[in-house]
Ligand binder design. Structure first.
Ligand SMILES: [Mn+2]
Length: 315
């Protein structure tokens, strides 16, 4: 059982479905899922929506509030965001419910209701279970949206577990169409994304440590997509950083399935960066991110050294 009486009561209120910064498909899909069963709900993005997230919202004909209000007369439901930094500002409200699947969840006020299932491969799967538990009807478009969330967060099912396939099968039974999902998500990338990915490859530097390869690059945006592509090119670990004039920086990291199965873990590496440089980190062993202040190049270098040290400890 995922729901307790407090959460059930919180769901009776007007809901603000808050997705994380640069909202990905999983967070948007989760919001669409809840929006389809709760009439009194509004989807809100606190700092932009990723291009695939936008595509999903437009295919599903969903409107997204672009700026969170200062306060919300009801419940704020935070989706796919392990800490408040990933979705701030969080409006003042009667109650907050956080629904997430990232490894580590922290920084929420004591009275926050949390549904945290790190063993699930996407937040969309948790939303499916919530809807099933409440015995509400799942529309075909809701089913398609949730399958989109699962499809992207598992890297087209490459990081799937048994529960992922169970959820996908339930969704297919109520009308999700895997081919439609692929059509929604494998559409042509916007030009700016294509050129960014090519630049990330062009400026990439790589080193070999034993039988593993670490690749590093710098971009202005699309860090996580760029990091993923460096893995496709052959790196075992990819670190892609960006920074702005205000001194904010972030690093998106990816690791190959193989090195993760050998015990390599990106979340521990980035937690060590938080200890040194402050800021926040979160994610999974094979895909994690860091947000903080400072010189992206220097901090990426520190992360790289930590990766090297960790590689040397692998079998
Ligand atoms: Mn997710």
């Amino acid at each position: 059982m995922l729901l307790n009486d407090k959460i059930k009561k919180a769901f009776d209120n007007d809901l603000l479905l808050l997705v994380h910064h640069h909202a990905d498909v999983d967070s948007i899909a989760s919001a669409i899922g809840l929006n389809s069963v709760f009439k009194k709900s509004t989807i809100c993005a606190s700092d932009g929506v990723s291009s695939h997230g936008q595509k999903l919202a437009s295919v599903m004909n969903i409107e997204i509030m672009e700026k969170p209000p200062e306060s919300w007369g009801g419940t704020v439901v935070v989706l796919d965001s392990p800490n408040p930094e990933h979705c701030n500002p969080v409006p003042k409200s009667e109650s907050i419910v956080v629904i997430d699947h990232h490894t580590k969840i922290e920084g929420w006020k004591k009275e926050t209701e949390v549904i945290h299932l790190p063993q699930r491969t996407s937040t969309a799967e948790i939303i499916l279970d919530l809807i099933l538990e409440m015995d509400l009807e799942i529309s075909k478009s809701c089913a398609n949206a949730l399958l989109c969330g699962i499809y992207t967060d598992t890297g087209q099912f490459r990081h799937a577990n048994g529960e992922t396939f169970r959820a996908a099968s339930v969704l297919a039974k109520v009308g999700a169409d895997p081919q439609e999902v692929i059509n929604i998500l494998d559409s042509e990338r916007p030009m700016i994304q294509k050129t960014t990915f090519l630049k990330a490859a062009q400026q990439m530097k790589w080193i070999q440590e034993g039988k593993r390869i670490i690749a590093e690059s710098r971009v202005k945006s699309f860090e996580s997509g760029s990091a993923r592509l460096l893995i496709v090119l052959g790196a075992d670990i990819a670190l892609v950083s960006s920074g702005n004039k205000k001194g904010d920086m972030r690093i998106s990291t990816r690791a190959s399935n193989r090195i993760v199965s050998e015990g390599f873990n990106l979340t521990t590496i980035l937690e060590e960066i938080v200890e040194i440089n402050g800021g926040s980190s979160g994610g999974h062993p094979g895909a994690a991110g860091y947000n903080g202040k400072g010189d992206p190049e220097a901090i990426s270098e520190i992360a790289k050294q930590k990766c090297i040290r960790s590689i040397r400890q692998l079998p």
